[in-house]
Ligand binder design. Structure first.
Ligand code: PAF
Length: 284
């Protein structure tokens, strides 16, 4: 596996493969790889001729400077893990390479970027995500890009951006990978103390309670949300949000029908975690 740091080097490195018609798979990341990242890389390896992974902790998507400063980083370990699952190229640019002085352009995806994380982290968050992903798509020019379902809203924002800006690629969204006790894998989990690690199970408990309520026939959105919140309260956690919305457009839906997204965010011991579940609501 090759690590490259400049756009020019990446482009020239992919030239021959592109000319030969190779299918290029791309996994954008902010590093500190866990099984969730590795599952995306393995899928790309299975489906593509060339696999490129980017590692860039994108400052423009952080609304909280202390969160950016605390974001875990270990490029050497990441490179070894990526190589272990067969990645061909790790693109690890620095900030000046991605945002040269006087950079003035940003990508804004309205609608799906506005609720949930758009409220909690502010409009700058998804503007930062959409802008850096659009840049990365232009730099790598993949045939397929892989994202995780844990960031469900991010996946929707990126799909919409790719469609609206006519990026000629497929966006694949892959299942959330969980610890044996159900906690969704996240680079942030390493910052949880032992007590906070236990409390973090509240997110999955809340999602399970909400989805069980729907499975039992509950179709009232507020009551489903309350079931989720109550399950979290039993572990002493109050969510930043616990919301049930349409899975396709993140719009309010009541009574519940079609595909719904149950999404949760919570601060646990100073670490912000998110998780979600998609539920197909059948007519009852
Ligand atoms: O999901 C992430 O790690 C980031 O938001 C992404 C997509 C790599 C953009 O910086």
């Amino acid at each position: 596996m090759k690590t490259v740091r400049t756009i020019a080097e990446l482009r020239s490195g992919l030239d021959a493969a592109r000319r030969a018609g190779a299918r290029i798979g791309f996994v954008p990341t902010m590093g500190f790889f866990h099984e969730g990242h590795l599952s995306l890389m393995r899928r790309a390896r299975n489906e593509c001729d060339v696999v490129v992974v980017s590692l860039f902790v994108n400052p423009t998507q952080f609304n909280d400077p202390s969160d950016l400063a605390a974001y875990p980083r270990d490029e050497r370990r990441d490179a070894a893990r990526a190589e272990g699952v067969g990645v061909d190229c790790l693109f690890a640019p620095n900030e000046a390479e991605m945002y040269p002085p006087a950079t003035a352009t940003a990508v804004v995806v309205s609608g799906v970027s506005e609720p949930l994380e758009g409220v909690s982290r502010g409009p700058g968050h998804f503007r930062g995500v959409a802008t850096v992903v659009a840049k990365l798509f232009n730099i790598v020019q993949p045939g397929v890009a892989y994202f995780g379902q844990k960031d469900a809203q991010q996946a929707l924002v990126i799909r919409r951006m790719a469609r609206d800006l006519d990026f000629p690629l497929l966006v694949e969204v892959c299942p959330t990978v969980r610890e044996p006790d159900g906690l969704a894998m996240s680079s942030r989990n390493v910052r949880l103390s032992a007590d906070a690690r236990q409390q973090a199970l509240a997110l999955k408990r809340g999602l399970d309670a909400a989805t069980a309520a729907v499975a039992a026939g509950e179709r009232d959105r507020d009551r489903v949300e309350r079931r989720g919140r109550d399950a979290m309260a039993a572990l002493g956690v109050e969510p930043e949000y616990f919301a049930v919305l349409s899975a396709a457009g993140l719009t309010p839906v009541n009574p519940l029908a079609g595909e719904i997204l149950v999404a949760v965010a919570a601060h646990i011991g100073g670490v912000r975690l998110i998780d979600n579940a998609i539920v197909a609501v059948t007519a009852s």
